[in-house]
Design a protein around this ligand. Structure first.
Ligand SMILES: Nc1ncnc2c1ncn2[C@@H]1O[C@H](COP(=O)(O)OP(=O)(O)OP(=O)(O)O)[C@@H](O)[C@H]1O
Length: 632
């Protein structure tokens, strides 16, 4: 549903109708008031000075005999005009300073954040009075003072909101897509923070009205002969006990208008509220023309990859792997072993302040430490499809954007391709569904849409990081089948990250086992059951439930815990949990070296192949029934 549709819907609610009536009434009074009652409000009548309420003068008269009711009505235009001008300054300033840290480079962003932090520490009222004095007494000085005083708290709010959106996967995906700063702000950041920002703007308008009236009341705002509600309040306050209605009327006008502003904010925010979804993501990166991969067909070449953080954590400690054209490789390991960071290092998505170093990190022959992967050659599918889809954009728009940005394709052409790709990933009624936003999709459909997004270009490698973990077991199989199909049809290679050996065994040809930031074994899937040589791989296999697992026995678990990412012990990281470890294992770390004809292992005491039939057969892909049995 478009914003206009949601706004129409919100306006039909009781709050919406009240807000609409209030806005219409204010607009009417502001437009027609000075025209109809202007002469009455200005007419001096020395014969009727300081009169109380009567039929001729509903709220009485002032010290020049002017009709107070007419003056309150006429003052509406100036009061609203000044309030809206100050609010516009405040909101614009808040948006500019609030979004800046997310799009500027890190140092400039920090300066802006620090400046806002300093400004916000001044009490608001003092800040207004200080600025009003700086800009001079008068309406324009007061507009600037009130507007600028609103900037620091607004900017802090926008900064916080932007930071949460900027950390999402769809923004990361857009960033490596090469989406420009302006587009990033208008398409990805602002639409997703619109709801709280609109509420803030409405509250700010109400606050501005009060602040403005306060300044005029203090004699720092509007100056005679001009008048707004604040000035009228000031004029009548000393007669509060003689003619209370004359003093209260401008105050009541301020309160009622503030209520209308608040209602308007609620309606706008309601219309901007994205129905909260769930999402995963696809990322593809920009770059020049394709370069052939290495002649031996190696697409991704990684040697001694290290990812570290300034706090001393070193979650990836020398991972080495290679992926050849069209190959499907599974990367398995316990939670925290560094699988995701390895994938993020390839895509250039390691979160700040993580440091990525490597002996070699090449994709299509291109050094990834120096340049980004080419165009749409690399597609990423993340775990949570909702986090990688922008909740404020239709799914079709998000897919089209990939080719609009990369191939400068016309919108209509990009849209046709988006619908086609959604159809390819079996989204039913794709033409209609493309116009919907992600919340209207089921979890499985979202993940399929994310895979479709990866297919908008010409991916040579798809990195799927736990793509089925967030999904219901019944749709896991569909998504895995789809990944396999996509790979066969597009010829792309697949790096499938999972903590679940069964999933990897069902989809991949080769398995890499990761432990404490290193690859400890690399072997064909067919060898998993009987020929795994690393004790850790054997233990992982032993922990996989199968259809023949005795339900009355507890599943095998690996005793002990993996080392923490800041652990500095020398030797094999698995030594403390390994039944075969000796002194050498505890002091020297083994390298990943060839083992047999088709495998590599990092172990001083690789195990000999298990006797035929004694290995734990890995079930193809755990489906709903197996999982239920396993957990029963
Ligand atoms: N942004 C970060 N800052 C500091 N440490 C981090 C950060 N991201 C990850 N780590 C550390 O790196 C370790 C490995 O993280 P990673 O996400 O790569 O593990 P994983 O094997 O993918 O595990 P999981 O299956 O749970 O996602 C984590 O345990 C954490 O200690």
């Amino acid at each position: 549903m478009s914003y206009a549709c949601r706004l129409r819907h919100a306006l039909r609610t009781p709050v919406g109708l009240t807000a609409l009536a209030g806005v219409l009434a204010l607009a009417l009074v502001a437009l027609l008031g000075p025209v109809v009652l202007g002469p009455t409000a200005e007419r001096v009548d020395t014969g009727a000075i300081l009169q109380g309420p009567a039929a001729a003068h509903l709220l009485g008269t002032d010290n020049l005999g002017r009709d107070i009711a007419a003056r309150v009505v006429v003052a509406t235009r100036l009061t609203l005009g000044l309030t809206l001008a100050a609010t516009a300054i405040g909101v614009l300033g808040a948006l500019l300073l609030g979004v800046a840290p997310a799009v500027l480079d890190r140092r400039a962003g920090r300066v802006v954040t620090a400046a806002v932090g300093v400004l916000i520490s001044f009490p608001g009222l003092l800040f207004v009075l200080f600025l009003a004095t700086v800009f001079g007494v008068g309406a324009s000085g007061a507009v600037l003072a009130v507007g600028l005083a609103m900037v620091p708290p607004g900017a802090r709010l926008v900064q916080n909101l932007t930071a949460s959106v900027a950390g999402s996967e769809y923004v990361a995906a857009a960033r490596i897509l090469g989406v420009g700063r302006l587009r990033m702000i208008t398409r990805h950041l602002l639409p997703n923070i619109a709801e709280p920002c609109l509420l803030f703007a409405a509250q700010a308008a109400a606050g501005t009205l009060v602040a403005f009236s306060g300044l005029s009341f203090l004699g720092l705002g509007v100056q005679a002969p001009a008048y707004d509600w604040g000035r009228l309040l000031d004029d009548q306050l000393d007669r509060l006990y003689l003619n209370p209605v004359a003093a209260l009327a401008p105050g009541a006008a301020v309160v009622l208008t503030g209520v209308v502003f608040a209602l308007v904010g609620e309606v706008l925010a309601q219309a901007a509220r994205p129905a909260r979804p769930t999402a995963g993501g696809t990322a593809a990166a920009p770059g020049p023309a394709p370069r052939p991969a290495r002649p031996d067909g190696t697409l991704l070449q990684m040697h001694d990859l290290r990812v570290s953080f300034p706090d001393g954590r070193r979650p990836v400690r020398g991972a080495s792997l290679s992926v050849r054209e069209g190959e499907a490789i599974g990367l398995v390991g316990e939670s925290g072993s560094g699988k995701s960071l390895t994938a993020q290092a390839v895509a250039g998505l390691v979160p700040s302040p993580g440091l990525v170093e490597a002996g070699t990190l090449r994709f299509e022959g291109r050094d990834l430490l120096a340049e980004r992967p080419r165009g749409t050659a690399l597609a990423m599918v993340f775990q949570d499809p909702m986090a990688s889809l922008n909740p404020a954009l239709s799914v079709g728009r998000q897919l089209s954007e990939v080719v609009e940005v990369h191939e400068r394709a016309a919108r209509s052409v990009a849209w046709v391709r988006a619908v086609d790709r959604l159809r390819a990933v079996r989204i039913p009624d794709a033409a209609h569904r493309a116009r919907q936003r992600p919340h209207a999709y089921s979890g499985g459909m979202r993940q399929r849409a994310v895979i479709g997004m990866g297919l908008m270009g010409t991916p040579r490698l798809i990195i799927a990081d736990e793509p089925t973990t967030a999904l219901d077991v019944t749709v896991q199989r569909q998504v895995l089948d789809l990944l396999g199909e996509v790979r066969r049809e597009s010829g792309a290679a697949l790096l499938l990250i999972s903590h679940d050996l069964a999933i990897v065994a069902g989809v991949c040809e080769r398995v890499l086992v990761m432990y404490a930031g290193r690859i400890v074994e690399d072997l064909p899937v067919a060898d998993l059951a009987g020929r795994a040589a690393h004790p850790y791989t054997r233990a992982l296999i032993g922990a996989v439930p199968t259809l023949t697992t005795d339900r009355d026995r507890e599943l095998a678990t690996i005793p002990g815990r993996p080392p923490e990412p800041d652990d500095t012990h020398p030797g094999c990281p698995f030594a403390a949990r390994c039944a075969h470890a000796d002194d050498r294992c505890r002091t020297d770390a083994p390298e990943l070296v060839p083992h047999g004809t088709a495998a590599r292992v990092a172990c001083w005491h690789p195990l000999t192949p298990a006797a035929p039939g004694s290995g734990n057969p890995i079930p193809e892909v755990r489906d709903a029934s197996t999982t239920e049995e396993a957990t029963a």
